[in-house]
Design a protein around this ligand. Sequence first.
Ligand SMILES: C[S@@+](CC[C@H](N)C(=O)[O-])C[C@H]1O[C@@H](n2cnc3c(N)ncnc32)[C@H](O)[C@@H]1O
Length: 319
Amino acid sequence: MNDMRFNTYSMLSTEERLKLFYITKNVKLLSSDCILEYGVFFGGSLEPLSKGLFCNIKYNQHEIIGIDSFSASKDGSFYTTVLERANIINIKEKSHISEIHVDWFEFVKEELIQFDNIKLVKGLPSTYVLENTKTIAILHLDMPKFYTELSEILHNIINNLRHDSFIIFQDYFYHWSAEIIAFGYYLIKNEIIILIDTCRTSLYANNISMSSDILTYFDDKINDSNFIINLLIEASKYFENKVNHEQIASLYMAITQYSFLKNDMNTFNKFSLLIDKVSQGNQYLSDRISWMNIELKEYNYDIYSNYIKNFDDINNKTC
Ligand SMILES: C[S@@+](CC[C@H](N)C(=O)[O-])C[C@H]1O[C@@H](n2cnc3c(N)ncnc32)[C@H](O)[C@@H]1O
């Protein structure tokens, strides 16, 4: 398993990339299937998806579609992240950096040129729609950080999801993902999706019966903070014996982020104490928790102030 080499820079761990490779290699492919990824960055998760697909015995020109802005506004914090990562792999000169944004589309196109089953789509994810004859074998969600963003994406492709489509929520076990955690858990609790596995920040599930009605129901509920906090608390109990301490700490962190924002200080205090408990005697976890805490406080626990300015410059463009 560890012989597989990946060459493209990724924000994912090697373990997560290997999982993507094996899921794609082994997925039951229909002739109408494609693989959809939201959140390409430099292409590091498309590489294992593409390599896995080539190894799938049913592979026959199936397409992988990767959607991303490939561009970040200087007003948001992601701009600095892109420049830092570009620096690490020495590709700064291949990115287009201006006074208002950084754009790395040309770099990714060149980087992935050898993978002729990959199609890149540059633009606003919420407007992307698939032909209605296409079905989705694997949906890799490595972009939406709050529910409204996720819901817009899912509404557009809901009829392309099939029974057993793989849905991968990257950054599920993440301190900014409270709304996504609540939604994902709601789907698991109601057997709309089935939990298959978790790895690092990722959650892997199979679709059973996701529908527009379910999305519409949750669209109506997303501003009901009591409903969301109850789901988050239930989720933390549900995952308690299923995931590792790092994942649990991220869940607790997300609960503190959301409850602070919604002014539920009882829940905030309760989960702040639990976070301290989970990290006791574990230096790695304590350091990670400190980092998450610093980030949450930097943005006053507000995910919108953290994310919303990053992709302003693509707001007028469509896929
Ligand atoms: C976590 S990174 C993806 C990491 C990538 N899968 C990897 O393997 O390294 C998230 C990506 O989503 C894109 N993104 C996030 N929010 C977006 C939005 N609202 N519109 C367009 N692109 C967005 C960013 O440009 C970024 O490349």
